[in-house]
Design a protein around this ligand. Structure first.
Ligand SMILES: Nc1ncnc2c1ncn2[C@@H]1O[C@H](COP(=O)(O)OP(=O)(O)O)[C@@H](O)[C@H]1O
Ligand SMILES: [Mg+2]
Length: 307
């Protein structure tokens, strides 16, 4: 008998629409794989819906707040329902860009310099920019480029802080890393072929992420082979430091000298068939349905010993 799967989608955060797209793609793959599954909305009734469904596995088609951050993972742990993706600690750590960058830096991984503000206590009247423009201002715990502004001059920073603070009281200001953008998917302990991301205009913001034709994706990247191999090596190290399970995606900026700066770690990256991780998996010989099967088969709980 195949496993009974609950497909969790929707969610309470700003990335709800992206989650519904991932959910549709996962459902199609589960149909192809002949899994017995039900779709459950990850809303306020989630704990009781999960208890009622009594699945063998929860497949998480969720992104961002309340989902990619350990909260849904905690509910699954409590109900002892094995779930896809990373555990509670990895999910919370990677959702928090300030915290995860601090951990990576301590382990010798290159990250952009940052100034961190706690907007519960910081008055903008006595704010002083400690970094040189251009800088990037972002909420620490958000996704899909929501609340992010690239500030060419120091005058742009105050309004950008106010914008970022709408999404999180922890606001980070980061040195802008010129050069290239590369993302490295991780699957089953391996770094897949990276993808270079080239928005046709501006930066990789929400619109350029989700509007067809706005961004060019190069798989494999056009960058020198040793640069790419180095990004893969760093991505694998990052996935181990942050305790990623099964899959994830590490975003980088690569400077004009080929130095890769880790921007962030996505523990539940977008997974429609045309999303970055599935595209790279396909390029490396893993079709979408097989990719989804890997996620279902590797679903687990955090508190487990080793036989
Ligand atoms: N320090 C930086 N230098 C240059 N571009 C950046 C920097 N930080 C973010 N960006 C741009 O903003 C996008 C989103 O930033 P990221 O940190 O990956 O957050 P999100 O979780 O919203 O994807 C990146 O893909 C990149 O285009
Ligand atoms: Mg990103």
């Amino acid at each position: 008998m195949s496993k009974k799967v609950v497909l969790l989608q929707g969610g309470l955060g700003a990335e709800r629409d992206v989650s519904l797209a991932t959910g549709r793609a996962f459902a199609q793959a589960l149909d192809e794989l002949n899994y017995d599954y039900v779709i459950v909305e990850a809303d306020a009734n989630l704990p009781s819906a999960l208890e009622k469904a009594k699945p063998d596995v929860a497949l998480l088609a969720l992104h961002g707040k309340y989902a990619e951050d350990g909260i849904v993972q905690g509910i699954c742990e409590y109900l002892k329902i094995p779930y896809s993706g990373s555990g509670v600690l990895a999910s919370s750590l990677c959702m928090d860009k300030v915290f995860s960058k601090a951990v990576l830096q301590q382990q010798g991984v290159l990250v952009a310099s940052q100034q961190v503000l706690d907007m519960r206590y910081q008055s903008l009247d006595d704010f002083k920019l400690e970094l040189e423009a251009p800088v990037v201002v972002k909420p620490s715990r958000e996704g899909s480029s929501v609340g992010i502004t690239i500030c060419k001059t120091s005058e742009d920073v105050l309004p950008a802080i106010k914008e970022a603070a709408k999404y999180d009281y922890h606001v980070m200001i980061e040195t802008f890393i010129p050069g290239f953008e590369v993302t490295v998917p991780i699957l089953a302990g391996k770094a897949l072929t990276p993808i270079e991301i080239r928005p046709k205009e501006g930066f990789y913001d929400y619109k350029n992420k989700y509007t067809k034709g706005n961004t060019e994706y190069l798989l494999p990247p056009s960058l020198p082979e040793p640069w790419i191999a180095h990004c893969q090596e760093v991505a694998l190290k990052v996935s181990q430091i942050c305790r990623l399970k099964t899959y994830g995606r590490i975003d980088f900026r690569v400077d004009p000298n080929g130095k890769p700066y880790v921007l962030e770690i996505n523990t539940l990256p977008g997974c429609t068939e045309t999303s970055l991780v599935p595209q790279s998996a396909k390029h490396d010989g893993i079709p979408f349905s097989e990719f989804v099967k890997i996620l279902v088969d590797s679903a687990s709980l955090d508190y487990q010993g080793v036989q």
